[in-house]
Design a protein around this ligand. Structure first.
Ligand code: ADP
Ligand code: MG
Length: 322
């Protein structure tokens, strides 16, 4: 397949000197404005193994527009941080204090990282994150009901640690009332996401939410929701056969780059080789097809402006302070 993706039209970063109080995250470049809001600009960076692996055309616009789709379709369940969308890659949100617990919700026995329930289950664990899992579950099996597997939010590059609800309260990370509220909302958000995904032939396997409190202590859903960066999706039509054969169910294969890198080096200790252009184009196509599969809408790349950064600067110029 010949790709029509222009590999030069990317937003590698959104460092804008005229905006105040920058925070440059792994994927998004953020600015806290004097009126209590935060600009979250999605770059095209793809991050894994604690580093930036590549820059993927359209990834930032896809993620922003997918988060928008889900914020719009879940606002009746949970108030969210969104104020407006000043650019296709930008969310203006109300600034909150992010709660120190990442609320991960899982509907299936899946995952590859050390904190995933499949990894722990295979090692023989049946009691994890405060839940008792039944005996005899197979790889990628649907759980009897979705569960929350919270982890401590590692500020400043530390690693996430598994928690139970009891520990969250005992350690004073959240009050009982806050836990009750975020856990109920997270399960309701996940149920909505799973049901809407199912209508589109997709399985929402697991996801991560970040909640925060505003100046009045009110809890808002912040960050992003049900994007391919924060969630795992499987293609429903291929699930049964894969589950029966014990293979990994088909998904949006946005991890081709991660797999390619992992096959060639130990990315934690060795330099990562340059990612081939065709792999970057392929990954861009995967993100775009994820947008279209999830929303049922055609992705319309915004090609205005000399470069994406020029366009973002133009659209945010009303927020410049210097
Ligand atoms: P990180 O590398 O910290 O994960 P990201 O690239 O995800 O950074 O950029 C988004 C950052 O903004 C995250 O640190 C996230 O916790 C934070 N954030 C998201 N929404 C809000 C909000 N409404 N108020 C304050 N912080 C937020
Ligand atoms: Mg993040």
């Amino acid at each position: 397949m010949t790709s029509t993706i222009d590999l030069t039209r990317t937003l590698p970063h959104a460092r804008i000197a005229e905006l105040p109080n920058p925070y440059f995250g792994k994927v998004r470049d953020c600015y806290d404005l004097p009126d209590g809001t935060r600009l979250l600009i999605s770059s095209d960076r793809i991050s894994a193994f604690d580093q930036i692996l590549a820059v993927i055309p359209w990834k930032g616009q896809v993620l922003t527009q997918l988060a928008r789709y889900w914020f719009d379709h879940t606002a009746d369940i949970c108030a969210n941080h969104v104020v407006s969308y000043p650019d296709p890659n930008v969310v203006l949100g109300r600034r909150v204090d992010i709660l120190p617990v990442e609320i991960v919700v899982r509907g299936y026995l899946a995952g590859t990282t050390s904190t995933s329930i499949l990894t722990q289950y295979r090692k023989g664990a049946r009691h994890m994150y405060g839940h008792q899992l039944p005996e005899g579950l197979r790889d990628n099996e649907k759980l009897p009901h979705a569960i929350i597997t919270p982890t401590s939010k590692a500020f400043d590059g530390g690693h996430d640690e598994p928690l139970t609800a009891t520990e969250i309260i005992a350690q004073g990370l959240l009050t009982q009332a806050q836990w009750d509220e975020v856990s109920a909302k997270a399960l309701a958000l996940f149920a909505r996401g799973a049901a809407m995904a199912a209508d589109r032939g997709l399985i929402l396997v697991d996801t991560k939410y970040e909640f925060g409190t505003d100046a009045d202590g009110r809890i808002l859903l912040a960050d992003e929701i049900h994007t391919p960066d924060s969630s795992r999706y499987w293609i429903a039509s291929g699930y049964e056969a894969a589950f029966r054969d014990g293979t990994r169910p088909p998904s949006f294969d946005k991890d081709v780059i991660r797999a390619w890198v992992a096959a060639r080096c130990d990315p934690y200790t060795q330099p990562v080789p340059e990612i081939p252009a065709e792999m970057i184009a392929k990954t861009a196509e995967v993100y775009i097809s994820a947008f279209e599969a999830i929303t049922g809408e055609v992705f319309v790349p915004d090609t205005s402006g000399a470069t994406p950064l020029d366009r973002v600067r133009q659209n945010l110029s009303g927020f410049f302070v210097a």
